[in-house]
Design a protein around this ligand. Structure first.
Ligand SMILES: [Zn+2]
Length: 428
């Protein structure tokens, strides 16, 4: 497809008008001000449209769409143990498959091309991503409450199998990560065992880290150190790690994350909804830590529309820090594009330039929220009405265009998700 006369946000997040962008074989083949020579395929009239890199959500439990609106008004620990875990214990593979498709449809509609998922029934999640054309990093969230060694841990065995069999599937769209759900849901034997197992492997790790003050206090009681110091000591941070939340980091923790190049998956909406607090992201950025954005699960957000998290990200730290210069629009946009791609281990994603994968979003400029055009990056971050999102493309495939989902039968998904919801509630 050739996008003609379109406004773009380029690799430096600068706005360029009247550009030509050619997509071939899943990649951006050409970006320039002149018509590329020798192309006579499908054309897209880009006048009054904007083309930019699609968004990347680096912390999600998307099949939790099934729990959207269930268990409201509770603090994290209470919410997990009295509402979420009992409901999830009833979820079967088929429930996870359709709930994941619902989540994928929502992400596609709001311009997201990839997410980093941590959830169970990973086969169903991978199948949903493969069939719909979506891109995921998948892990199952290793937990351990029984004292068994890592080699007998069901979630670890699942991740090991995924790494050996589906890592790189779908032309690289599926990446199999490893994970530790959290310090408070595992033990040193499991964490140290995973670090030792992964040594020398080209693998990535996804964890929850210092989400609440309570988690940090309990970790100190158990181990005498903070969660980042604990994971560092056990060798987990010798691997590329994406750490979700990081709300309750203490002074020395920033150095630890910076030293080991851990990416923070900042989840401002989820942290506010569960009253966990506000992560000190400006300090993390000053310490040189890379920051991406995550929605977290749709039962603590409750949306998968990353544009709304983006706006909150750009606003929140200004208000908390009392400084309007904190988190500029470009810095915010970088977090949901190139920084997200880097965290996922996808060096050729998250940027609009020749050679990169064609994960792209088309935004309608003829819409009140995008006018006038003093600063289009600022409009994208602060004023974009999501109905202006016209098209989402992943690896060159149009998956959503003008209200139409090209790869998902949404009526079927709504029916199945409602059936799952009714069955599970009747079983509780
Ligand atoms: Zn989470």
């Amino acid at each position: 497809m050739l996008f003609k006369n379109i406004t773009i946000i380029d690799e430096n997040l600068d706005v360029k008008k009247n550009m030509f962008v050619l997509v071939q074989d899943g990649r951006i083949a050409y970006v320039g001000a002149a018509v590329p020579e020798g192309y006579d395929g499908e054309m897209f009239d880009g006048s009054r449209k904007l083309l930019m890199s699609a968004l990347i959500n680096i912390h999600a439990h998307s099949p939790m769409t099934l729990l959207r609106g269930y268990g409201e008004g509770m603090a994290l620990s209470d919410w997990l143990f009295t509402k979420i875990f009992p409901f999830e214990a009833k979820m079967r593979e088929r429930d996870v498959y359709y709930s994941m498709l619902l989540g994928i449809a929502e992400m596609m509609k709001y311009g997201t091309a990839a997410s980093t998922e941590m959830y169970f029934h990973t086969d169903a999640i991978v199948r949903a991503a493969l069939e719909s054309g979506f891109k995921i990093n998948i892990s199952s969230g290793i937990t351990s409450f029984d004292g068994k060694p890592l080699s007998e841990n069901a979630n670890f065995l699942c991740e090991q199998k995924n790494f050996e069999t589906i890592h790189g599937a779908g032309g690289g769209r599926i990446l199999a990560d490893f994970s530790i759900h959290g310090e408070y849901t595992s033990n040193p034997g499991i964490v140290g065992g995973l670090a030792a197992y992964l040594k020398g492997k080209d693998a990535r790790v996804h964890i929850h880290l210092s989400e609440t003050k309570k988690e940090v206090a309990e970790c100190r009681e158990r181990h005498g150190i903070t969660p980042p110091a604990y994971f560092e000591k056990l060798g987990l941070f010798d691997l590329p790690v994406t750490a979700a939340h990081c709300v309750a980091l203490e002074d020395g923790d920033f150095d630890i994350l910076s030293r080991h190049d851990v990416t923070i998956a900042h989840c401002p909406v989820s942290n506010l909804k569960l009253a966990s607090g506000v992560a000190n992201i400006p300090r993390a950025l000053r310490a040189g830590i890379s920051v991406g954005l995550g929605t977290d699960g749709p039962s603590s957000n409750n949306a998968l529309n990353l544009f709304s998290d983006l706006k909150l990200f750009a606003l929140l730290h200004k208000g908390v820090g009392g400084d309007p210069k904190l988190i500029g629009a470009k810095e915010a946009l970088l977090s949901v594009t190139a920084n997200g791609a880097r965290a996922q281990g996808r060096a050729d994603c998250g940027v609009l330039k020749a050679g990169a994968r064609a994960d792209l979003v088309v935004i309608d400029l003829d819409t009140p929220s995008m006018q006038p055009e003093h600063d289009l990056v600022s409009n994208i971050v602060y004023s974009l009405d999501p109905s202006a999102i016209f098209m989402t493309m992943i690896d060159g495939q149009v998956v959503y265009r003008d209200g139409e989902f090209k790869t998902i039968d949404l009526e079927k998904v709504y029916f199945e998700v409602e059936s799952s919801k009714k069955r599970i509630l009747s079983e509780l």
